[in-house]
Design a protein around this ligand. Structure first.
Ligand SMILES: Nc1ncnc2c1ncn2[C@@H]1O[C@H](COP(=O)(O)OP(=O)(O)OP(=O)(O)O)[C@@H](O)[C@H]1O
Ligand SMILES: [Mg+2]
Length: 402
């Protein structure tokens, strides 16, 4: 198996553990050195994820000397290379056009429109566009965002013309700092009120299996959208959960995705469900650790099994409820220390705590920031208890920043 692992990925260990558990030989394709077990390793197959055709060609060349049975992208960055390589090798995979639509928020909006999927009204803002004018057209409040970044970087809400102009300028400078090509547009979208959920699913031949539906119990109202708590199962009424699943399945069909993991984000307001986005990857960061299926089967093992066409294992939940907190970055500065970790770990229900930024490193909150301070995991008999454990444990952390 070729595993496409961006050098900034959090997920090397989980995927490599899953491959080991299945006895699969893995060759890693990456755009640089990648982190594994606190060390940096050299990728055997160097690929530029921004040059997908060349990346796919490199994998196809590799496959001429070593048989390859699957190409799996661990994160968003590799999904298009994986689809193009799989096409060359005749492996089951998403069509490249479908994978590409999930990598470009403008293309995704167009695909969802064509499928008649309810979503924000939107306009594309090319480099010198009048952003307040476009915002006026979609109607305030609006959300302004880059089309190709992730982790809510550069995603900014604006409620009037002057904040829209400022948000546009800020989003553009974030794009520039991130190395986004100069001509790339921004999206100006209508702000969808309501609660947000994330659906974690697996596709096989176009059929969607829902693995988990997460509530995001902290309000995400902007101006920046820092993710914090995810808890599953959802506490939304069953009919709404069903509507969410159906809409996600329709969106997936509209985009043309057919294989592998999907991560969808939706908003629900007054009983109406609307699609924010669909990614052709699994949940990001270390969040997959909050999901434990059957007899300790990880999400990564499910993904590898799917890609190799291996039979899936039973998916009974080990815990009635589970959750994760992406630990918020309270302010800008140099991280000195995170105190109170032992006390946080000792809170009943807390199953793990990983601080993923080393002391001495700079912390940048949103809208610029692109790293999480860390991840905390909880499990328990109910979503309420899981959420309570995460909040209690977070309250015991003392994040010292200079
Ligand atoms: N049109 C909108 N209306 C309301 N909220 C929005 C809208 N667009 C984005 N958001 C909020 O901003 C968050 C991040 O936006 P989006 O998913 O588009 O960017 P992203 O960088 O892909 O984030 P991630 O990588 O975390 O999925 C969303 O999860 C949501 O909370
Ligand atoms: Mg998103």
């Amino acid at each position: 198996m070729v595993l496409l692992l961006p050098s900034e990925s959090y997920r090397a260990a989980e995927f490599l553990d899953a491959a080991r558990a299945l006895g699969v030989d893995v060759v890693i394709g990456s755009n640089g050195r990648f982190a594994i077990a606190d060390a940096m390793a050299e990728a055997p197959l160097l690929l530029d994820f921004e040059a997908p055709e060349a990346g796919a060609e490199a994998i196809a060349a590799y496959a001429r000397s070593t048989p390859v049975e699957a190409v799996v992208a661990t994160d968003d960055g590799g999904v298009l290379v994986a689809a193009l390589a799989a096409e060359r090798l005749g492996l089951a995979s998403n069509l490249p056009a479908a994978a590409a639509a999930t990598r470009d928020k403008a293309a995704l909006r167009r695909a969802l429109d064509e499928g008649g999927i309810p979503q924000p009204r939107y306009r594309l803002a090319p480099p010198r566009a009048d952003i307040p004018e476009l915002a006026q057209e979609v109607g305030y409040p609006v959300v302004i965002k880059p089309v190709s970044l992730s982790a809510s970087r550069g995603v900014i809400r604006a409620d009037d013309a002057s904040s829209a102009a400022l948000a546009g300028a800020t989003a553009r400078s974030i794009c520039e700092a991130a190395g986004v090509p100069a001509g790339q547009p921004l999206l100006v979208e209508s702000y969808l009120p309501g609660v947000e959920v994330a659906l974690e699913g697996m596709l096989r031949d176009g059929d969607l299996e829902v693995l988990a539906l997460f509530d995001k119990p902290d309000p995400l109202e902007g101006p920046y959208f820092e993710e914090t708590i995810y808890v599953t199962p959802s506490r939304l009424p069953a009919d709404l959960q069903e509507a969410i699943t159906k809409m996600t399945a329709r969106a997936i069909t509209a985009i043309g995705l057919t294989e592998g993991p999907v991560h969808a984000e939706l908003r629900v307001h007054d009983g109406d469900v609307r699609m924010l986005e669909v990614a052709a990857r699994s949940i990001g960061g270390l969040c997959s650790r909050s999901l434990q299926f059957g007899f300790g089967v990880t999400l990564e093992e499910l993904i590898l099994r799917g890609a190799l066409g291996l039979p899936q294992r039973e998916r009974g939940r080990t815990w009635a409820a589970s959750g994760v907190m992406m630990i918020p970055i309270p302010r800008r500065g140099k991280l000195l220390e995170v105190r109170g970790q032992a006390a946080a770990r000792a809170v009943p229900g807390i199953a793990g705590l990983n601080i993923t930024v080393a002391p001495g490193r700079d912390l940048r909150p949103l809208p610029e920031g692109d790293r999480y301070l860390g991840f905390m995991f909880a499990r328990g008999p109910s979503p309420e208890e899981v959420e309570g454990a995460l909040r209690a444990a977070h309250g015991l952390l003392d994040i010292a920043i200079e």
